[in-house]
Write a protein that binds this ligand. Sequence first.
Ligand code: HEC
Length: 158
Amino acid sequence: MTKKKVAIISVITVGVALTASYRVWLPLERPTSIQTDPVVVAEGKDIYSVQCAGCHGTALQGQPNWRQRKPDGKLPAPPQDASGHTWHHSDGDLFRIVKEGVQAFAGQDYKTDMPAFSEELKDDQIEAVIAYIKSTWPVKQRKFQEQVTASGQNQPND
Ligand code: HEC
């Protein structure tokens, strides 16, 4: 093999390795902040009605008695509006919950009906649906959630 070929192959190998590792930590590191741009919010609203409303409610109201576990031990879908606690989570955590599902977030032993959307939704669609949910919150919840996002802290028990 010529030196040039070796050099090209090394560049490709390093490139592939970097891309692979980038993908592995991507869900943990991104996004640091999700903007509620009106165009993105409108896209997110459509995605929400198709993918999320069946469980979380067309008006983001959640399922009845959502704080009480069902006989199967799983929680009903909580509201996504200000009456729930979605706004206690940082943008990064919300992104991860939607992409990887609650189980990946809470541990393999945790039984939940919240699916992972990594197959159905692209990253920017996940960001859009979160942007839509955020856009429905009153100022108080938005400010609180902004601070949680900025602090990089999770609220683990909420
Ligand atoms: C099959 C029903 C179902 C669908 C569809 C569903 N969810 Fe959920 N979701 C749940 C349940 C149940 C929980 C509560 C999980 C738990 O704690 O066990 C949950 C929890 C969540 C949470 C965490 C909320 C919190 O306050 O901790 C977020 C965020 C969320 N869902 C977003 C979404 C989004 C966005 C979609 C659509 C892309 C979606 N969900 C679709 C059932 C569903």
